[in-house]
Design a protein around this ligand. Structure first.
Ligand code: ADP
Ligand code: UDP
Length: 236
């Protein structure tokens, strides 16, 4: 598969065209940002870990019935994916209160939720990815009702699968963000990535944070935390 021109450089990945119009190559960087790009840094080795971890999880999910954009891992940092039109929503699922949910509703971090919750943010950097509800999504024409129902169904399915999978590794899946897109034939698939950049992972016994919150909150040890998640998940 030939790598052609760069289409986009995001905060964590670069996206390249290929000689197949239906396929893209994503290239994972070590760059880390937080607070809509205000805080910048690097986490050594993050690109390799996120690429491999995301591909590993997407393949498990695919087997469990969730269509994904994953096609083939090309190298440590590069993966061939199906080109999709991204639905401009961050789909956030939560099992335990943390981060913006704790702040917004005045719930102490670590409080288990009575049932998993789903919320959408409008993917728009200029607006700071504001929280958006289903009526707003429909009113703005960002997705159809049918798409939203499919997305919610897949997102809760991903949660049940990953929650159980990580628990066996002594990891609590606190919350996470998914992105979905549409392939040229109109199929909704899970896209982007699933990694310590996009999930909160806590050690089940010590509640130690094993994710990007170590970077966001200047706690240190972020590279080691990513490595520990990789070790638990893939034994390396
Ligand atoms: P950001 O755009 O937030 O800085 P990244 O650095 O991760 O994020 O850039 C990757 C970009 O590629 C994101 O905008 C994401 O929505 C998009 N993307 C992810 N998977 C696909 C795909 N399969 N097809 C098209 N775009 C994708
Ligand atoms: N998240 C993400 N990208 C974003 C915003 C959130 O991957 O742009 C993830 C984040 O890692 C966490 C979950 O979504 O696992 C919920 O994040 P929250 O809304 O609490 O936001 P934060 O506290 O990170 O601002």
């Amino acid at each position: 598969m030939e790598k052609k021109g760069q289409l986009y450089e995001g905060k964590a990945k670069k996206v390249f065209a290929t000689d197949d119009p239906e396929l893209l190559i994503v290239d994972y960087k070590d760059d880390a940002t937080a607070f809509n790009g205000e805080k910048k840094g690097t986490i050594l080795g993050k690109g390799v870990i996120n690429n491999r971890m995301s591909n590993f999880l997407m393949q498990l999910l695919e087997k469990d019935g969730v269509p994904t954009h994953f096609v083939k891992e090309l190298s440590e940092r590069e993966t061939l994916v199906k080109k999709v039109t991204i639905v401009p929503l961050e789909v956030i699922i939560r099992n335990i209160a943390a981060g913006s949910f704790s702040k917004r509703y005045g719930v102490e971090e670590g409080t288990p939720l009575k049932q998993p919750s789903l919320e959408f943010s409008y993917k728009n950097d200029d607006l700071g990815d504001p929280l958006i509800n289903e009526y707003h999504v429909l009113a703005l024409g960002l997705a159809t009702k049918e798409d939203l129902d499919t997305i919610a169904k897949y997102a809760f399915h991903v949660n049940e699968f990953l929650k159980a999978y990580f628990l066996k590794l002594d990891v609590e899946l606190v919350d996470f963000k998914l992105e979905f897109g549409k392939t040229s034939d109109g199929t909704i698939v899970l896209a982007d990535e699933i990694s310590p950049d996009t999930c909160r992972f806590w050690d089940v016994h010590t509640h130690e944070k094993l994710d990007k919150d170590r970077f966001r909150r200047n706690m240190g040890g972020e590279a080691e935390a990513y490595q520990e998640m990789m070790r638990r998940l893939m034994g390396q």
